[in-house]
Write a protein that binds this ligand. Structure first.
Ligand code: CU
Length: 121
């Protein structure tokens, strides 16, 4: 009798845990699919605003790129991409223009001029 009760409890626990994870997995996957990834790069080689505008135009034309923000002052390009392929295409678009990029931390919204960039030049 005691064994039956224990196994019944364990079965209930197992079923609860299983259905719980089943419910959560698809929800997480759907949320990830709809989310865009924000990536940022330090751009080397820009010498005026036209450079930043050229990068912005070129990257904005890449399929899968949701947004791009690039300014000469920040020497930084911040992208919102739909998937890794779009990110790779965007990187190629920038380097094809003759600029060098290095991944950097995504700047906090509003802080378009990193203190390090201003003081170094
Ligand atoms: Cu320029």
């Amino acid at each position: 009798m005691r064994i039956l009760l224990v196994s019944a409890v364990l079965t209930v626990l197992a079923l609860t845990g299983c259905s719980g994870s089943d419910v959560q997995k698809p929800a997480t996957a759907n949320a990830a699919a709809k989310q865009t990834t924000q990536v940022a790069y330090t751009v080397t080689g820009m010498h005026c605003n036209s450079c930043a505008e050229a990068i912005t135009a070129e990257v904005a034309a890449v399929k899968g790129v949701r947004s791009v923000q690039c300014t000469f002052e920040s020497k930084c390009a911040v992208l919102e991409v739909n998937n890794p392929a779009a990110q790779a295409d965007a990187e190629r678009a920038i380097t094809k223009l003759g600029f060098t990029i290095a991944p950097c931390a995504v700047p906090v919204a509003g802080a378009t001029q990193p203190a390090t960039g201003v003081s170094s030049k």
